[in-house]
Design a protein around this ligand. Structure first.
Ligand code: APR
Ligand code: ZN
Ligand code: ZN
Length: 369
């Protein structure tokens, strides 16, 4: 039996159940005893209906833990190994994986839609019915079963609480800057939304050598954190039009690269508008289904030669990027400790959702140990 946080329908608070049965891992799967899980905005997006979910489902997708059992045929992982969970399992063999686009791996299409593992089924049962699991992860559970290709082995001396954050916010944010945008030395970047993911875009931009990094948020606490993470200027979007402010800071040219890291129609429009001629607008935040990208084709796009690019999981190759991020942390170039605003227990997950809505915290992290 394991304790887990279960979403039973849109806008319902998560139910903390301690009667969840976790089956054995099947072939190609591993059972992970969770050490920690971050609470990410995408978890909230599942609860409030921004993202579709089959119910009942165990949420959580940003986690790390220790392998407890391996299924048949798993040779690269063993009980006792420490792992970061990748919410996009990367098979290494499909069309996308072979083209170094493992973040688009075909194996993840079904897991995302069905809330199951690679074969569409789940390893959780509670109160007589199966429980789905978010993004082949389900890290709001003391124990989970995931595809072995969704586990990235890390050194045993690395703090598992920090490792958990790498699993979504850090990979996505730093990856948006380093992989998706490929920021160049001396670039001016603008980052709209400085939450758990946006702060990582900022530090990714700093690592890539951006000369100017303009942080945009409505919350002063976040703008202060943004400076600690490498922003060189800040814009409070609640006080004046953020597009005008970014234009003023860039000699009316706009940013070389602008990132949207919230997922709102308004901030998507603003991000595209504050991108300079020839620059890139990178859309990272997950918007509602109705949100649209609308740009005048000639004057907005062709004549301006703008690139508008989506970003999924920071275009990360997880087996390559997780070790790279750990290395950067060990060299003092990547901040992780500062992302943890609060450490909580699984029982407090609903409070963490409430705190996230206020925009005050970077991350609440559930500790299972
Ligand atoms: N203008 C500027 N900033 C805003 C606005 C706005 N209109 N609305 C919200 N914000 C800021 C908040 O103050 C907060 O700092 O956006 C930030 C969002 O941060 P989080 O809630 O921590 O979200 P995060 O976990 O970073 O995720 C951001 O990426 O992975 C996706 O689904 C996720 O779409 C979400 C996005
Ligand atoms: Zn996430
Ligand atoms: Zn693949």
């Amino acid at each position: 039996m394991a304790k887990a946080a279960v979403l039973t329908g849109i806008d319902e608070p998560l139910e903390i159940r301690d009667d969840v049965e976790v089956e054995q891992p099947r072939a190609g799967e591993v059972k992970v005893r969770m050490a920690a899980s971050g609470v990410c905005h995408s978890d909230l997006s599942m609860q409030n209906g921004t993202m579709m979910a089959p119910y009942p489902i165990i949420l959580g997708h940003e986690g790390a833990g220790v392998i407890e059992e391996v299924g048949e045929g798993v040779t690269n992982l063993a009980p006792g190994d420490h792992v970061v969970i990748s919410w996009v399992p990367q098979c290494g063999q499909c069309f996308f994986c072979q083209r170094d686009q493992g973040h688009l791996c075909e194996a993840a299409n079904t897991t995302m839609l069905t809330g199951g593992l690679l074969d569409g089924t789940t390893r959780f049962v509670s109160r007589g019915e199966p429980l789905r699991q978010m993004a082949a992860a389900g890290t709001f559970s003391e124990v989970t079963v995931i595809p072995a290709i969704g586990a990235v082995k890390i050194p045993k001396d690395f703090d598992l609480k920090l490792a958990a954050l790498i699993g979504c916010g850090v990979l996505t944010g730093t990856g948006a800057a380093l992989n998706t945008a490929r920021i160049r030395k001396g670039d001016t970047a603008a980052v709209v939304g400085c939450g758990g993911v946006g702060l990582n875009v900022i530090q990714g931009a700093r690592i890539a050598g951006a000369a100017e990094i303009i942080a945009v948020d409505m919350n002063e606490t976040k703008l202060q954190m943004a400076k600690d993470f490498g922003a060189t200027a800040s814009v409070n979007a609640g006080q004046a039009d953020p597009v005008g402010q970014v234009m003023a800071l860039t000699g009316q040219r706009g940013a070389d690269v602008a990132f949207e890291v919230i997922g709102l129609q308004q901030t998507i429009d603003q991000t595209i508008a504050m991108t300079r001629r020839g620059g890139q607008a990178i859309l990272v935040g997950v918007p509602r289904m109705e949100a649209m990208v609308q740009v005048p084709a000639f004057l907005g796009l062709v004549f301006q030669e703008k690139t508008i690019k989506g970003c999924w999981y920071g275009s990360s190759n997880v087996q390559r990027d997780v070790p790279k991020l750990i290395d950067l942390y060990n060299k003092g170039e990547l901040k992780l400790d500062e992302l943890v605003s609060r450490t909580i227990t699984l029982d407090q997950v609903n409070e963490a959702f409430e705190t996230m809505k206020t925009g005050e915290v970077a991350r609440s992290v559930i500790s299972y140990t």
